[in-house]
Design a binder for this molecule. Structure first.
Ligand code: HEM
Length: 221
């Protein structure tokens, strides 16, 4: 198997970038609502309206993906919740790997390495938190008990801070960190054109590469 390896299929990539657009809009309009000195920008509540429209897009994207690609979606969700011994290996090797660029330190990784799985798991769990608490704040304000309303605000804020911080880590580790290069055939390429070079797949996801090269797993997700 020479040349390129398929890593993400078109529907997955469309969902990723569609969701990214909604996420960034929600993040920026959420920041304006959350940080008091920015409140001046929120005059006339237009940021609140955009926040709600982006929230609908944020929910609809994954739902459509789930309906039309349920097999791939279930496989992907299973991947996020599948943790084992090799994840401990990643945790121990991560400081040398990411801070000293020591590729030898990292044990062979599957389709997603442990760090990617952590982000993916966070996206699933916190998206559910955003949706449930957002619905309470948007539609049940007048009927929900005060304690539920207060907890919704707190949990929505925690999800906002956690995913906001991890979003920057995700962007750094996906496209800026030197080990994820070259852009044309490395991590960026996997979400941009769906493919990475065989060399990249072998060095960054050796376990996954072995599985697809031996036919145990399909390449694109
Ligand atoms: C401009 C912003 C973003 C950039 C540049 C970016 C880039 C990427 C890239 C290059 C990958 C493929 C990594 C690989 O498999 O080798 C990826 C994967 C992924 N992205 Fe993003 N992404 C962005 C925003 C987001 C947002 C907002 C979310 C979620 C709300 C997200 C969720 C994911 C998930 C779950 C994966 C699969 C797991 C992983 O590789 O971490 N991304 N992203």
């Amino acid at each position: 198997m020479e040349g390129d390896v398929e890593r993400y299929r078109k529907p997955t990539r469309i969902l990723h970038w569609f969701h990214t657009g909604a996420f960034i809009t929600l993040f920026l309009t959420g920041l304006i609502l959350y940080v008091p000195p920015l409140a001046i920008i929120a005059q006339d509540s237009w940021t609140r309206i955009i926040h709600r429209i982006a929230a609908v897009i944020f929910i609809i994207g994954p739902l459509l993906y789930l309906v039309f690609n349920y097999k791939a979606a279930l496989k992907g969700i299973t991947e996020a919740f599948h943790w084992g011994q090799e994840d401990l290996g990643w945790l121990l090797a991560a400081p040398r790997y990411y801070f000293l660029n020591d590729e030898e330190a990292m044990p062979p990784q599957g389709h997603m390495n442990t760090g990617q799985k952590m982000w993916w798991l966070m996206v699933i769990v916190f998206s559910a938190v955003f949706v449930v608490t957002g619905i309470v704040m948007a539609f049940l304000k007048t009927v929900a008990p005060a304690v539920i309303l207060q907890w919704s605000v707190v949990l929505h804020d925690i999800a906002f801070i956690a995913t906001g911080a991890m979003f920057f880590v995700h962007v750094y580790l996906s496209v800026i960190h030197p080990l994820m290069r070259p852009l044309r055939t490395g991590a960026w390429s996997s979400m941009a054109r769906g493919k990475v070079s065989v060399e990249y797949a072998r060095s960054h996801h050796a376990k996954w590469y072995q599985e697809i090269a031996s036919g145990q797993d399909e390449p694109g997700k």
